[in-house]
Design a protein around this ligand. Structure first.
Ligand SMILES: CC(C)(COP(=O)(O)OP(=O)(O)OC[C@H]1O[C@@H](n2cnc3c(N)ncnc32)[C@H](O)[C@@H]1OP(=O)(O)O)[C@@H](O)C(=O)NCCC(=O)NCCS
Length: 485
């Protein structure tokens, strides 16, 4: 754990920090005034008038800090009560849960989300959570609805809390896309402590009363969970402003032997169990379930999914959990979202992606997690070898030749939060297999300079520089020989 995260951990509660800070500052001022008063400092003249100012400032600071403390104490007390209630209820209801998990559940329940009440009326909340063998949590969330009547909003505040993997929590990586405006959105981190991350996704322009919104965001929080026993959950302070049903899927890195869906009331005294629509894929050692919000009682404020994995089961990495498949028409929207989040204004339009899919469906592959596209590769078979700019080749369908000698990788992309986990490698391996099946003699591509090592790992070789491939993009033409011509 580095010094910054240690400090963050200590100063997690800003109110306590302010109170303590004011008290220390006040005490320093008071000491300073006494120092001035000491008669054995001959160089200090007109002592009497000098010492009063720091003394007054010091007393004011100490007074304010005492007032803060008086305000904080009852809150601390209610937090303590709530903690005791939640821990006692959980220990009674789930005797097999270990103490650490219970403590963490308490921690999650204890956060106040700084959402201004009743601004966003949700029609859809979709949560896809994935935990890998290292305890890294990948979230793919979607929210849509409209702004409440007579309200305006500049964005959504999202709160994620976790968990019990230990003290070495990693950073949060998050991207967001406005599905209506088809643009990548700005994100500001409001709170970034070791157990809680709060960030705000800004609409491009503030939304007015009754305006619709539809946002998808993906995030990765490294080492946030205990892969063997933990919980996932949402804080739902006002269910009347949530949709009747919420689609939630939690994909775990091994075979789950226990899980419970529960809701907890704000004081932690009431706990109720959720009926869940289970879908267990034991073959792949994965466990997926969906939750509806229908049965949640109105006074519940926290919804938690508690899981426990058989310790003897082999835990899966993100790479193991990724599924590679041929793109389908229903995936295209998700491909476009990933493309847009990476390429911005240079992104291929949905029509272009559709044409490429129709051109060579077998060569357009997607990498999916929980049915969500997180990466893709597009290819074309042709006989073209000589080109210097993308402009010359961009009309791929007109150059496509199913009997061609070369397979060209048009684009290989992985959404930011899912990078450096072998997703692109898995897509590349599938492309190489496909090329072998099709008796292709060479695979060609134009790489960015910094990505060359990825392709070298798979036996691609440098051919030539293409300095003007794209405006502002120095390309490296590379090829991999499969069979001799
Ligand atoms: C390039 C890209 C597809 C890589 O996806 P990925 O899933 O992170 O790649 P992998 O995890 O399979 O990486 C495998 C290896 O490739 C190399 N590699 C991948 N990304 C790299 C990068 N940004 N810089 C240097 N090496 C990289 C590393 O050697 C890596 O192994 P390591 O993680 O053990 O060090 C992804 O970063 C992306 O979509 N970038 C934006 C679009 C783009 O540039 N596409 C490629 C055009 S040529």
């Amino acid at each position: 754990m580095n010094a910054t995260s240690f400090l963050k951990r200590i100063w997690e509660d800003p109110n306590t920090t302010i109170t303590l800070g004011l008290f220390i500052l006040g005490t320093l001022f008071v000491f300073f005034s006494f120092f001035i008063l000491q008669k054995d400092k001959p160089y200090i003249t007109s002592r009497e008038s000098l010492y009063t100012t720091p003394l007054i400032i010091g007393c004011i600071f100490i007074f304010i800090s005492i007032m803060f403390a008086i305000k904080l104490l009852p809150k601390m007390d209610s937090k303590k009560d709530k903690k005791e209630n939640i821990c006692a209820t959980l220990a009674r209801e789930f005797p097999t849960l270990d103490k650490d998990t219970i403590k963490c559940i308490f921690h999650s329940c204890n956060h106040d989300v700084p959402l201004k009440d009743h601004i966003h009326v949700y029609e859809l909340i979709s949560i896809n959570g994935i935990v890998d063998k290292d305890g890294t949590y990948y979230g793919m969330y979607e929210r849509s609805g409209h702004i409440a009547p007579n309200k305006t909003s500049d964005g959504l505040v999202i709160h994620v809390a976790a968990s019990s993997a230990g003290i070495s929590f990693g950073d949060l990586h998050v991207i967001a896309i406005d599905l209506l405006a088809k643009e990548k959105l700005l994100i500001e981190v409001l709170e970034d402590t070791y157990r809680c991350k709060i960030f705000k996704i800004f609409f491009q322009t503030p939304k007015l009363s009754n305006e619709p919104f539809h946002i998808r965001f993906m995030f990765k929080w490294e080492r946030a969970m205990n892969p063997f026993q933990d919980f996932d959950g949402i804080t739902a302070k006002d269910f009347s402003y949530l949709p009747k049903e919420m689609h939630a899927t939690l994909q775990l890195p091994g075979e789950a032997v226990l899980y419970e869906g529960i809701t907890i009331s704000n004081d932690g005294k009431q706990i109720s169990r959720l009926k869940m629509d289970r879908n267990i894929d034991t073959k792949k050692g994965r466990f997926i379930y969906k939750v509806g919000l229908r049965e949640i009682s109105p006074n519940s404020t926290h919804l938690l999914i508690v899981y426990k994995i058989d310790k003897s089961s082999k835990l899966l990495s993100l790479r193991d959990m990724i599924e590679i498949s041929q793109v389908s028409e229903s995936d295209l929207n998700n491909v476009y979202i990933v493309e847009k989040s990476i390429e911005g204004n240079y992104a291929a339009t949905r029509e272009i992606l559709y044409d490429r899919m129709k051109m060579f469906p077998e060569g357009f592959l997607v990498a999916k997690l929980c049915d969500m596209v997180v990466g893709y590769v597009e290819t074309c078979i042709w006989n073209v070898q000589d080109f210097t700019t993308f402009e010359e080749i961009k009309n791929f369908p007109s150059l496509f030749d199913p009997k061609g000698k070369y397979l060209y990788i048009i684009s290989l992309c992985v959404a930011e939060p899912f990078r450096r986990k072998g997703v692109a490698s898995k897509l590349l391996e599938s492309v190489i297999n496909l090329a072998r099946q099709k008796n292709i003699s060479e695979i060609h591509l134009v790489s960015k300079k910094e990505i060359v090592t990825l392709y070298e790992k798979y036996g691609f070789e440098y051919v030539k520089d293409l300095p003007n491939f794209f405006p502002g993009f120095h390309g490296i033409f590379m090829k991999k020989r499969l069979i001799s011509i």
